[in-house]
Design a protein around this ligand. Sequence first.
Ligand code: DC
Length: 221
Amino acid sequence: MSRSVAIDGPAGAGKSTIAKLVAKELGFIYVDTGAMYRAMALYLLRKGIDRNDTDGIESACELADISLDYVDGQQIVLLMGENVNGYIRTEEVGNMASASSVNPKVREKLVSLQQKLASEKDVVMDGRDIGTVVLPDSRCKIYLTASTAVRAKRRYDELVAKGADADLAQIEADIAERDERDMTREHSPLRRAEDAVLIDSSDMTIEEVKDRILEEAGKKL
Ligand code: DC
């Protein structure tokens, strides 16, 4: 049976940075499920579908062909066969992903893809519902969080490093709004699985968080 590390937590907690490092150490494949919801959001934005148009989202999502590929250990998200890694990291796509991921049809489609991947390979998978819905039987579950202010500052620094325009107050407001929506939605809200280990990364270095998770994986897998 394949093994998994399931990492959930709010936006900007450092999940993807840490999950990538953990996957490398363990020799597992890293699956960024947020990137899949982002690719779906990009598809909907390109089709000009409004975030409140439930019927439009439901019929369009059936046509969206999303898959993952790996090149030199890096995850590539393919939308209709096109590598869209370069288009999915904007705030616009992130906000649309948060809005469209409340839809059960969108979730159903992406969850089954994620479960199939995890049944074939050893994975470190991160998202919002990995420990609760996608891989409820995972033996190693982590809930990674950090304060809103710390998470906003990390996103801000990331954008500035890329040379993008960034407004810290706006980012903090967006993060708070996205948390609220991700945690209160009806289907698969973000919550800590009962058997998930809680890690607050606000005052920890990346190295410390990675080592903490590897220690857990060592014990449980
Ligand atoms: O982790 P991220 O910021 O790339 O995720 C973008 C959005 O996708 C997030 O606001 C909520 C949604 N998402 C989800 O609903 N379930 C997941 N497993 C991963 C992401």
